[in-house]
Design a protein. Structure first.
Length: 164
């Protein structure tokens, strides 16, 4: 009986849980560093390239929604990709206010040589977890955020700093 209580205590130990956060974040950092080293773009920029390959002609707002980041952040990442020659911005013929986005041949090359998953380790891993487990994880993370006094509510709309 003592062994089962010990096992239960371990699953609820804040330091064990903290260790799991560290493992997840470190894995995401390593993946992002591999992307930067191999492709010369950040993890968030590679995700943009992947989205544009999957849906050519996306608009900035649509891209931001697909990545769950602020439109301003998306625009800044796109500006850098455009300057590097990986993304092309073009005005919509019927409405000049609308900017459509597409990959250049150089952007396609970057995507081909990129470590997978191109959308990032955490988004892909979360997509593989069952809906029920994601709901539990979401509830648990919300409970944690509820007790963090100085939580930056806007941070959820920004890529992790090592992905920029």
């Amino acid at each position: 009986m003592a062994a089962s209580r010990s096992g239960a205590a371990k699953t609820n130990d804040p330091l064990v849980i903290l260790g799991k956060f560290r493992i997840l974040i470190r894995a995401a950092q390593r993946h992002s560093a591999a992307i930067q080293k191999k492709c010369g773009v950040s993890g968030a920029q590679l995700w943009i390239l992947q989205e544009l390959r999957d849906a050519p002609g996306l608009r900035v707002g649509e891209l931001a929604a697909r990545m769950a980041i602020h439109q301003t952040t998306t625009s800044n990442l796109l500006d850098s990709l455009e300057k590097s020659g990986y993304v092309l911005k073009s005005r919509d013929e019927s409405d000049q206010r609308v900017v459509n986005l597409s990959l250049t041949p150089s952007g396609v090359k970057v995507l081909r040589k990129a470590p997978q998953p191109a959308r990032g380790l955490l988004p892909e891993a979360l997509a593989k977890v069952s809906a029920a487990d994601r709901a539990k994880l979401n509830a648990g993370l919300q409970a944690l955020l509820d007790v963090v006094e100085d939580a930056d509510k806007d941070a959820g709309g920004k890529p992790l700093s090592f992905n920029l």
